[in-house]
Design a protein around this ligand. Structure first.
Ligand SMILES: [Mg+2]
Length: 121
């Protein structure tokens, strides 16, 4: 994915509508949360055992694709305004998570790092 290309298109989209004035970090953070919730809403009443069946449905895939795109677009806009290097911050966070979740303590478990006793190993 070429995030710079998408960020340029997003900025162009916003400029043409005079929406740049609304794109501050607070509004964008709120928008990221709202769009994440819209994605969650799609799954709200679906039983776990039926999710794969839904994933084969074209309309369902379109709905989740649009919400994933909404989340990502706001993240890209947020990152551009905050001058975040997405590749660097993602790779840095994976390193942090590797320390939080050592394989020997976390493999096969969904336990939050705070309950893994990482410091006691
Ligand atoms: Mg949406």
């Amino acid at each position: 994915m070429d995030e710079k290309k998408i960020q340029k298109k997003l900025l162009d989209f916003a400029k043409k509508r005079d929406w740049e004035k609304f794109h501050n970090l607070k509004n964008l953070a709120i928008s990221i949360s709202i769009e994440s919730s819209e994605l969650l809403e799609i799954f709200q009443w679906i039983e776990d055992k039926n999710i794969n069946e839904h994933l084969r449905d074209k309309t369902f895939r379109k709905r989740i694709s649009e919400e994933v795109a909404d989340v990502l677009l706001y993240l890209l806009r947020f990152s551009e305004i905050a001058n975040l290097n997405l590749e660097k911050i993602c790779l840095d966070k994976i390193k942090i998570n590797e320390k939080k979740y050592p394989i020997n303590l976390s493999k096969g478990k969904s336990t939050k790092y705070t309950d893994l006793n990482v410091l006691k190993k």
